[in-house]
Write a protein that binds this ligand. Sequence first.
Ligand code: ADP
Ligand code: MG
Length: 698
Amino acid sequence: MSQPLSSMPVSQLKGVGPQLAQKLSDYGLSNYEDLLFHLPLRYQDRTRIHPIGSLSPGMDVVIEAEVVLADVVMRRRRSLLCKVRDGSGFMTLRFFHFSGAQKNQMTPGAKLRCYGSVRPGPNGLEMVHPEYQVVKSDQTTETEQHLTPIYPLTEGIQQPRMRSFCEQALKRLNPYSILDYLPPELLEHWGLPTLHDSLRLLHAPLPDVDQTAIQEGMHPSQRRLAFEELLAQHLSLLRLRHKTQQDRAQLLTINPELQSQFMTQLGFQLTHAQARVISEVAADLSKGHPMLRLVQGDVGSGKTAVAALAMLYAISSGQQAAIMAPTEILAEQHYQQFCQWFEPLGLKVGWLAGKVKGKKRDKILESLLAGDIDIMVGTHALFQPDVIFDRLALVVIDEQHRFGVDQRMALRDKGMVEGSEQATLRPHQLVMTATPIPRTLAMAAYADLDVSVIDELPPGRTPVETVAISDQRRDQVIERLRQSCREGRQAYWVCTLIEENEEMDAQAAQDAAELLQNSLPDTKVALVHGKMKPKEKAAVMAAFKGGDIQVLVATTVIEVGVNVPNASVMVIENPERLGLAQLHQLRGRVGRGATESFCVLLYHAPLSRFGKARLQVMRETNDGFVIAEKDLEIRGPGEVMGTRQTGLVSMRVADLLRDKDMLGDVKQAAEWIIRHRPDRIELLIRRWLGHGEKYAEV
Ligand code: ADP
Ligand code: MG
């Protein structure tokens, strides 16, 4: 019998005392099994000595060569240059930091074994600061037997130590000390290696391994682990979904009279896409189980109207509905919009944000609990524990990409009032996002949700024309702005985040506003930023909406949801600092009316390669889905999905972009496991998601 590695704490490792054990476990490495799942980031090949004559720039290699001469030179920097040869060629070793002892070691004729990166130098190839050792003439040092793993590290633990810990754990690895939770039938069907073989190979790959594949994370052993991780992820979301479907929820139907009154208020026809999504929602609401539906729709596709109609189902059925927005400005705007739509129907709309305090707040909470309010609009302040609804049946979460999965889960319980007769009913949930997620990712990220797409914009929109201009030509841009304002247009001027510091951010926006006002004396320029009081912000937004302000200078607070159809110019300063999704969101503030709109990306040269690529994408397309795909290519899924999005980001082995071709197989494998080996579900989830209890439990 061998002891399960998960029950062997790291304190049993050689060279690990209580303090280090604590450090390791803070880093997520508590036992031997954790260490074995702590996989190398990459590998070095120190298994053989390369002749200098065979090298080319970019290679990381071991050479063994004899010192020809070593000299300290003083050019731009004082450095030690050591010329070496091995019979096949010459190369230079370059050191910027060195001791006298080091220099003395490098006497002509001394033999050095070096490991480093080869790069072109002024006199042929060189290595900068190679690791090296002096080889005694009568001594032949062995080369490494396998590729050298480079592990991810935490502060205070160096590479050699981490390597030694993983080596020690590896010695204890056998098929019984870590169980393979993937059943043999499944391994065979998908052609996957065993867990045991995979881990052994990845910690100590032999030199004949496919090195290109392993460096890129495409080796079958890596693929197998990624497969297992994605599978665990998927199973946990499916389990969540399954649980939701077993819950009960209010049956909601719409009152046709109320509906036609509402449509009259609305003043426009729904697009086909909007109508289709509403019918999908309606079907969910009639099932008696909680709806959990994600609506993806590009900026300006009309998600608010869809939300409002869904809410009408709740209200028609004598229930309450709530909508939560990620920022106060957006919530405020929804509040105004909903008052306009619903009050003429005799319905009561309430408002709550973090800034609402004291008596005002008490009063709102009171009427909410009394059931006097039909529709509640607010920020996440809505979901504090003391906000209690009388009969909440539908929750809408707008711009979901701003909310983490935790909030998604916290909401499940909202509206379940202790002791009330509805205690067993959960509210329906409609989640809306303007950040389209590529289909493959959506499948993985939202396996617990149903997804609807509004893939059509309301009629009469003209696409926004986008140009990128260097900020050296700021004057020309301001001049153009002057003309636009004279033609009766309104403009946004967005200052992007400089530091992670709201104070400085606000200051920069203030400076920009002053500069603009000075350059445009005939134009009314105003400022809105995150440090302003909500009342001030609201007043500025209202004045802009009312046309009293022509140029609105803003920090990225206006990013989501703001709707001023007459605004047709968007200037974004330093757009290279923003991701594509954010740029697309910002640009979506214009192009909402019938006039043609412009977006000026006022960049600061020189642009990085990524910066250039992003601005190029923005100029080429207005399609949010295309942009999402590009964003994924340029930045990778972690950034695209937002750090707290789903835990998909913190995956240990899998990489959604690299491994997306597996997602279809993973889905099938999950179904197979559920049908044939349900005993493995819990084990897999615990192994891979054990640290993110939110997922594992629920
Ligand atoms: P988003 O999907 O970005 O939240 P909004 O709901 O704010 O978009 O809608 C953007 C604008 O389009 C609003 O002014 C809204 O009134 C308008 N709108 C929505 N649906 C339609 C439609 N079917 N026809 C015409 N205008 C519409
Ligand atoms: Mg919106």
